[in-house]
Design a protein around this ligand. Structure first.
Ligand SMILES: C[S@@+](CC[C@H](N)C(=O)[O-])C[C@H]1O[C@@H](n2cnc3c(N)ncnc32)[C@H](O)[C@@H]1O
Length: 309
């Protein structure tokens, strides 16, 4: 049986119109493994492009972050980009990974501690959209929030601003943000990235149904839902949905939820930005862009921004 909070969030989402399930619920141990598989798919240009930008520009990024930094990361995942950053920084002091996926957080933290014995690693298993406490750690000369992977794209723009405002107050001054965002591009490339041929993204999407089935101890089959992902161009976002293949009734705790055949459940938004539209989000959140780096195809970008006084 899942936690009370998980059950509350699922029920609230399925009672809303249109029906939704929050994308953070993808990430338990299995969901994190599936996401890792996605990052290695041919169609999923995001991870390899972001890594290529790091490979090329990390010395510039590290110079902007400065020495003795305290690094706070939102959504560490497997920590591959974290290792690249920590290796490039000048004597990073401490690292605080924050992730909702407890098993993966424990593995990544253990590996990073072993690889960087002079960096104090203080993992926090939390939902970063809720209020949470940071461990008491001696602050560095510069504190930096690391938020790669274009995970910021999962927030709708007003939510992204609200979240980044909270991040600015968490990091304080002098403080900075090193953040990755996915760029607006042609529909074909975008839609292929979320509709891979091997069907891993479809499995990842349907994993939410496995979580609901397990969390409420009910019998719902992932096979009764179709994966549907498309680019909503006016809104500059990929939308991932699950579409019910038949009329179904879900009894979740004391709630009865009806799903019509063909009814959609929204499971993820992934907003795409231009450097200009992203700089606007950052300015509204209290950050000033110091530099933006991109790849030769203009597919992805990383941005360093400082908290405005
Ligand atoms: C898209 S993955 C990115 C992983 C990694 N940073 C990367 O760039 O490959 C999102 C990560 O954020 C975590 N995550 C998603 N929503 C979260 C939330 N609300 N609170 C904490 N962690 C969250 C997931 O568990 C996952 O590790």
């Amino acid at each position: 049986m899942a936690t009370e909070r998980f059950r509350r969030e699922v029920i609230a989402g399925l009672l809303s119109a249109p029906k939704r399930l929050p994308s953070k619920l993808f990430y338990d141990e299995r969901g994190s493994q599936l996401f890792d598989e996605i990052t290695r798919l041919d169609e999923y240009y995001l991870t390899r492009t972001e890594i290529s930008i790091f490979e090329r520009y990390l010395p510039e990024m590290a110079a902007l972050v400065g020495p003795n930094a305290l690094v706070i990361e939102f959504g560490t995942g497997a920590g591959i980009k974290t290792a690249m950053l920590l290796r490039s920084l000048d004597h990073p002091r401490a690292y605080i990974p924050i992730d909702i996926s407890s098993e993966q957080l424990a593995i990544a933290s253990r590996e990073l501690s072993a690889r960087f014995p002079t960096v104090a690693v203080h993992p926090v298993c939390a939902d970063y959209t809720e209020s949470f406490r940071l461990p008491v750690v001696e602050r560095g000369e510069r504190n930096v929030i690391f938020f790669p992977g274009s995970t910021i794209g999962n927030f709708e723009p007003p939510g992204a601003v609200e979240f980044l405002r909270r991040a600015a107050s968490l990091v304080g001054t002098p403080g900075a943000l090193l953040i990755g965002f996915d760029r607006v591009k042609d529909r074909k490339t975008l839609e292929a990235a979320y509709n891979d041929k091997k069907g891993v993204t479809a499995q990842f999407n349907r994993h939410l149904i496995e979580r609901v089935a397990e969390g409420f101890e009910v019998s719902i089959s992932p096979e009764d839902f179709e994966h549907y992902a498309f680019y909503n161009e006016p809104e500059n976002r990929i939308e991932m949905h699950l579409v019910s293949r038949k009329s179904q009734v879900l009894c979740l705790d004391s709630q009865t939820i009806h799903l019509a055949a063909g009814e959609h459940i929204i499971t993820e938004y992934s907003y795409k930005y231009t450097p200009e539209s992203f700089a606007k989000i950052l300015a509204e959140s209290g950050f000033q862009v110091s530099n933006t780096w991109t790849d030769p195809m203009d597919y992805f970008a990383l941005c360093h921004a400082v908290v405005q006084r």
